[in-house]
Design a binder for this molecule. Structure first.
Ligand code: PLP
Length: 417
C-alpha cells in the first residue's frame, strides 16, 4: 500500500484534518511560478469516470462523465480541489479565520465554510446580492449549509467591485478580527488570477492522466465562470503535450473576457511569453440562457430529463447549462469537437437544486412523470388504467409542459461563483 502511494488516500485514525502534508507538483508543472509546497486533505481524489448516455445525442458519440460532484458530500464539486492548497496556506500561516467572497448562493463560499468547519477555522463570507435585508434571504441551498456550519455571512452590494469594494471590506474585517478578537485571518479574494487557486485543476489534470484519459478521449468539456478550472485543465493539456481539445461552456461573461482572465493566469504562472489562452482553450458562448444564476424552463427540463434517464444530478447555474449546450452542439455543431470521444467534467454545485428554482417549477408542472400519486386505499390500483399513459420506467418523455418563465428570486443576478 505504502509503496503504491495509496496510504495517502486512506483514513488515518489519529490524523488531525488540519495536518499539513508535503506537496510536490507533477514534474510537468514543477517550473510554474507559485507552486504550493503543502496541502491538507479535504476530498476524495480519483473521482470516477463512467459512460453517460444522456438523451438526444447522436448514436456515434461516446460521452463520458468525470464525477467531480463526488469529491465529497457537503464539499461536493470543483471548489474543494483548490481549497486543499489555499487552506493549507491558512493553516501554515497559523490563521484562525478565513474571509472570502462570492454570490449569495456561491458554491465556493459554501465549500470554504464547510472546510473551515472541519479545520476548526472561522469562516466569514462576503455575499453579493441585490437584496439589502438578510430576512429576505431564505436559508436554503448553499446559504442553509453556511448557516449550519456557523459561518458569519455579510450581505454586500451585488455590483461591488473586487479591487475597490470587496478586498477593502475583507481588509477591514481582518483588521477588526485582529484588534477586537486577536484572530488572524486568511483572505481568499475570488475573481483575481491566483497561482494557488489554479493548482486545484492542474493537479486534477494529473489525476485525469493517471486515469488514462490521454488515449481514451478527444475532447474535454468543462463549465467556466472564473476560469480557474478551465485554465488548470488547458494548461495541463498543453504542458503534457496531450493534444486533447479543451472546451469551456460560459455561464457568464463573453469569450474575450475569459481569454483575458486566463491570459493573466498564464502571466502569473510564468507562461505568458510561451502561450496564449486562445491557443489552448475553446470558450463556447451562447448557453447563458436568461443570465447568470437564472434558469429557463428548457434548462430545468433538461436537468430533469438527464436525472430521470441517467441518475446524474446537474446543477442549474453551471453544469446544467453546460451539459445542455453540449447536447445541442453534439447534435447541431459537431465541427467544433476534435472527435467523438467526449469527457464532461461534472463540477458539482448540486445544492443549487435546493435553492428554490427547481421546487417552483416542479410544483407547477402538472403532468410530471414523477409526480406523487395518492394511494391510501389498498384496493385501489397504483397505476393509471390506460396503458399508453403509464411510463413504468420513467424513461419516456412527454413534451415539456412548462410554459412559465421562472426566475429565481424574481430575476436576481446573483453574481459570481
Ligand atoms: C459547480 C460549479 N461548476 C463550475 C464552476 C466554474 O468554475 P470556475 O470558476 O473555475 O470557472 C463553478 C464556480 O464558479 C461552480 O461552482
Amino acid at each position: 500500500m505504502e509503496k503504491n502511494g495509496e496510504a495517502n488516500n486512506m483514513f488515518r485514525w489519529k490524523e488531525n484534518p488540519a495536518t499539513l502534508l508535503p506537496y510536490t507538483p507533477p514534474e510537468w508543472a514543477a517550473h510554474l511560478n507559485g507552486s504550493p509546497t503543502v496541502r491538507i486533505k479535504l476530498f476524495q481524489p480519483m473521482t470516477p469516470i463512467h459512460l453517460w448516455k444522456i438523451p438526444g445525442i447522436p448514436e456515434d458519440v461516446e460521452l463520458y462523465i468525470k464525477r467531480d460532484d463526488m469529491t465529497g458530500a457537503a464539499m461536493t464539486g470543483n471548489k474543494v480541489r483548490k481549497l486543499e492548497f489555499l487552506l493549507a496556506e491558512a493553516v501554515e500561516m497559523k490563521c484562525n479565520a478565513v474571509i472570502t467572497c462570492g454570490a449569495v448562493l456561491s458554491n465556493h463560499c459554501r465549500t470554504t465554510a464547510v472546510a473551515a468547519g472541519i479545520l476548526g477555522l472561522e469562516a466569514h463570507l462576503l455575499l453579493r446580492s441585490k437584496m439589502k435585508n438578510p430576512e429576505d434571504i431564505v436559508p436554503r441551498g448553499n446559504v442553509l449549509l453556511n448557516r449550519l456550519v456557523g459561518a458569519q455571512q455579510y450581505l454586500i452590494p451585488n455590483e461591488a467591485n473586487l479591487d475597490t469594494e470587496i478586498v477593502p471590506r475583507m481588509q477591514i474585517l481582518a483588521k477588526q478580527l485582529s484588534e477586537i478578537r486577536k484572530i488572524k485571518s486568511y483572505l481568499i479574494p475570488v475573481g483575481k488570477p491566483s497561482t494557488i487557486a489554479v493548482q486545484g485543476y492542474l493537479w486534477a489534470w494529473q489525476e485525469l492522466l493517471d486515469q488514462g484519459i490521454q488515449e481514451r478521449f478527444d475532447d474535454i468539456i468543462v463549465t467556466i465562470a472564473t476560469g480557474e478550472n478551465a485554465a488548470g485543465l488547458a494548461i495541463g493539456n498543453y504542458l503534457t503535450g496531450s493534444k486533447l481539445k479543451i472546451h469551456a461552456y460560459a455561464v457568464c461573461y463573453d469569450a474575450k473576457t475569459f481569454h483575458s482572465h486566463i491570459n493573466s493566469t498564464l502571466d502569473i504562472l510564468g507562461l505568458g511569453d510561451t502561450i496564449q489562452s486562445e491557443d489552448i482553450i475553446n470558450i463556447i458562448e451562447g448557453y447563458q440562457g436568461d443570465g447568470y444564476g437564472l434558469s429557463t424552463p428548457h434548462e430545468i427540463d433538461f436537468i430533469r430529463k438527464v436525472a430521470t434517464t441517467t441518475g446524474i444530478l446537474l446543477d442549474p447555474t453551471y453544469t446544467g447549462k453546460a451539459a445542455s449546450g453540449l447536447s445541442h452542439d453534439l447534435t447541431y455543431d459537431r465541427s467544433k469537437f476534435k472527435g467523438n470521444r467526449i469527457l464532461f467534467i461534472h463540477t458539482g454545485g448540486i445544492f443549487g437544486l435546493y435553492d428554490g428554482r427547481m421546487t417552483n417549477i416542479l410544483s407547477e408542472t402538472r403532468d410530471d412523470q414523477s409526480q406523487m400519486r395518492v394511494w391510501m386505499d389498498l384496493d385501489e390500483d397504483p397505476l393509471p388504467a390506460s396503458p399508453e399513459k403509464s411510463t413504468p420506467n420513467g424513461h419516456q418523455f412527454q413534451p415539456n409542459p412548462i410554459t412559465l418563465n421562472h426566475h429565481f428570486n424574481g430575476g436576481i443576478n446573483i453574481g459570481l461563483t
